[in-house]
Design a binder for this molecule. Structure first.
Ligand code: HEC
Length: 393
């Protein structure tokens, strides 16, 4: 019953996290697009810096951006913040339900000697430290040199990835880095963007002079958030692909994901603003993707010439001992009381039908058995590999 309830909680929170995330990122993409596409040419109306016509969903829209603030504060002013806050709240709850609640299986690396509590504290510390580093860098004079800020954040990602790989399960490393960047984004909204918007509103009400600094502070954080979006989204979904998270070189993959997705974002921004260098950014991203594709091709196990063919009975025994404690109609595992992902390996037919996916999870990556809870040996993996290859012939 407990596993059943946790599954429901997991599904509901994931859904809420996804929906609030879409709402937040959607609005953020839209406003970024708006900034890039405002018509600032020619004669503008008094006090207006740009305007834009659009047609969408059966109507025409006309938008104007003020140079500073309107003469009178409108009665209904829309703010965009709850989407961001709820993305953090649901995301953190999901982190607790999946990774902290079952820290021994989901958060910690198999064989690590730190306790679940230490693991959770390390994870929480990372969420705070990531923000403190970013916030202090962005408050310093370095803020004028965004390339250096990007480089520092790359170092933060790299160091964290290598650090957490020592203690965390491969998937948890990815989630940790994704969560760290996500926290920075939401804190940017809460601690900087919202306060600077409140100052903007205050200036409007009091008709006071608007310091350039206020606008810049909000602008830079929201621009940085825009660059963080693609890395976070990719890191979150890469959780479904052991080819990215399960290899020995997972930290390098994380670094590559950060660089490539930021380059893609950069391409869209430069292109949108009509600036030079857009094609170069895109070209660099494509080249890096090609390199990553090549480097991540799983190495083929060596086929030993003249080796005896593997008898199915050997495979059946391995599956029974190492896999169907969880992947069975009647699992014996203490934690997984129903077959994970509904995936069962009870019969020869089921095993043969799943040969490719078994190869991916057990040979190409070591992402199964889960946390190697059933202590599968390398010899067993080699035997399984030979058998799976003989099936492919
Ligand atoms: C301790 C429990 C446990 C054991 C033992 C285990 N798995 Fe899994 N398996 C899981 C969980 C949990 C998932 C779902 C999460 C995931 O995809 O990583 C899963 C998912 C899978 C998937 C993906 C299924 C799909 O449709 O997405 C495959 C394939 C798989 N396991 C193969 C194996 C093989 C082969 C073994 C034995 C060598 C094995 N597992 C042993 C828990 C286990």
């Amino acid at each position: 019953m407990e596993a059943y309830i946790m599954d429901w909680l997991n599904a509901m929170l994931r859904f809420a996290h996804f929906v609030t995330g879409v709402a937040w990122i959607g609005a953020s993409f839209y406003f970024n697009w708006l900034e890039n596409n405002l018509n600032r040419q020619g004669q503008q109306k008094e006090g207006i810096s740009g305007h834009l016509w659009a047609v969408h969903g059966g109507g025409f829209y006309y938008l104007e951006k003020f140079k500073s603030y309107p003469n009178k504060l409108p009665k209904h002013l829309h703010w965009f913040k709850w989407e961001a806050y709820f993305t953090l709240i649901t995301g953190f709850a999901l982190l607790c339900v999946v990774y902290y609640y079952n820290a021994n299986s989901y958060l910690l690396k198999s064989g690590t000697d730190i306790s679940a509590t230490t693991g959770i504290l390390l994870s929480l510390a990372g969420l705070v430290v990531g923000w403190l580093i970013y916030d202090n860098v962005t408050k310093s004079a370095l803020v004028k040199k965004q390339a250096i800020v990007a480089l520092i954040m790359l170092v933060v990602v790299a160091v964290s990835a290598f650090f957490y790989q020592q203690f965390f399960a491969p998937r948890a490393v990815f989630i940790q880095i994704g969560a760290m960047i996500g926290v920075i984004m939401v804190f940017n909204v809460f601690f900087v963007i919202m306060p600077s918007q409140r100052e903007l509103v205050k200036a409007c009400v009091e008709k006071s002079e608007l310091g350039e600094e206020i606008g810049f502070r909000g602008y830079i954080r929201s621009r940085n958030n825009n660059y963080f979006t693609l890395p976070v989204l990719f890191i979150m979904i890469s959780n479904h692909y052991p080819i990215f998270y399960a290899g020995e070189n997972a930290p390098i993959v994380l670094i590559a994901i950060f660089i490539i997705t930021v380059l893609i974002r950069h391409y869209f921004n430069l292109e949108g603003e009509g600036k030079r260098g857009a094609k170069t950014a895109l070209g660099a991203a494509v080249v890096l993707i090609a390199i990553a594709f090549y480097l991540l091709i799983p190495s083929k196990p060596k086929v030993i010439e003249g080796a005896k063919p593997i008898a199915y009975s050997q495979i059946a025994l391995i599956m029974e001992n190492r896999c169907s404690t969880c992947h069975s109609a009647n699992p014996s595992d203490d934690q997984f009381t129903v077959a994970p992902s509904g995936f069962m390996l009870d019969t020869k037919e089921q095993i043969i039908n799943a040969k490719d996916i078994i190869y991916t999870r057990t040979i190409a990556s070591n992402s199964m058995p889960f946390g190697n809870k059933t202590h599968m040996t390398q010899e067993e993996r080699d035997v399984l590999a030979l058998w799976l290859i003989s099936l492919k012939k």
